[in-house]
Design a protein around this ligand. Structure first.
Ligand code: BV8
Length: 239
């Protein structure tokens, strides 16, 4: 039986479904991925800028990178992959979309049952008070932005070496443990703890489907690897 039919069959019988997404799902909207050719900015890698140390050392440089990304993302629409995932939320009795993406495109496509593991680029957080504010200004000015209390604002993003929000992570872990089917789409599966969720689901008995244009460290463990673009394969799973 072709792999796509095995995947569709598992989904047809599923009541509880989790989708784990990465930058490859947003790549179909034109958002540059982290580790592909688009992953550089002024010759910096994400791992060099997305850290508390980089922000402490040069908050303006880190904000210039985020402002550049916000400007790139702002005009980009959700793609058929995002819309298929929003449709899955309505299709399955229990569904959770767990994303590493910070671009907000899943919410823009209508996904509401959503765990944003690494935060959201459209929110700032006061470094003193912790207050979260949505801010869609492009460009952002002045850089770095400051709170009314005078303290620096930071992007509401989880940087390398920072803990994920425990509640958000727990909701993802619980959903993966209970899932009948997990779809892992568009992620290189190298960043933890997000990259450990599919294996955790598999150990708990889930049927795991991977969608990617290449093999990843997760490919050896999944039940079905669908090789191709998420913008085509995610809608294809629903047919
Ligand atoms: C934590 C925010 C502990 C930034 C991100 C050694 C040294 C230092 C640290 C570590 C280490 N070993 C492990 C760690 C921990 C570290 C980690 O995992 N590092 C990795 C690099 C080894 N993890 C952390 O630091 C995490 N925190 O562990 O804290 C702790 C605990 C308690 C108390 C204190 C601390 C925090 C991780 C979060 C980091 N933040 N993002 C920002 O976005 O600005 S991670 C960053 O990578 C993005 O969020 C991104 O989402 C994530 C994963 O990348 P992907 O989404 O997978 O994207 P990528 O480009 O890699 O791959 C794209 C994939 O899509 C590819 O497979 C490609 O083939 C595919 N694709 C492309 N096009 C398509 C497609 N597929 C289908 N269709 C297409 N069209």
């Amino acid at each position: 039986m072709p792999e796509i039919d095995r995947a569709r069959k598992a989904l047809a019988a599923a009541r509880r479904v989790v989708a784990l997404t990465g930058a490859g799902v947003s790549a179909e909207s034109g958002v540059p991925t982290f580790r592909g050719e688009g992953g550089l900015w002024r010759n910096f890698r994400a791992e060099e800028l997305a850290t508390p140390e980089a922000f402490a050392r040069d908050p303006r440089l880190v904000w210039e990178w985020y402002d550049w990304r916000r400007q790139k993302i702002a005009p980009l629409p959700p793609n058929p992959g995002h819309h298929a995932l929003a449709a899955m939320e309505r299709r399955f009795g229990e569904f959770l979309l767990v994303t590493q993406n910070v671009d907000g495109l899943h919410r823009a496509a209508g996904s509401a049952k959503l765990a944003e593991l690494h935060g959201n680029i459209w929110f700032t957080r006061c470094t003193k008070e912790g207050t979260l504010r949505e801010n869609r200004a492009v460009p952002l000015s002045p850089l770095p932005p400051r709170c009314s209390c005078g303290a620096l604002l930071r992007p509401h993003i989880v940087w390398f070496g920072e803990a994920l929000d425990p509640g958000v992570l727990q909701s993802a872990v619980d959903a993966c443990r209970a899932a009948d089917v997990v779809i892992v789409a568009g992620t290189s599966s190298v960043v933890y703890p997000a990259a450990g969720l599919a294996a955790l689901a598999k150990e708990a008995g889930a049927f795991v489907i991977e969608i990617n244009i290449e093999e990843t460290p997760a490919s050896g463990m999944v039940d079905v690897h669908l090789s191709g673009r998420s913008g085509e394969l995610l809608p294809g799973l629903l047919e």
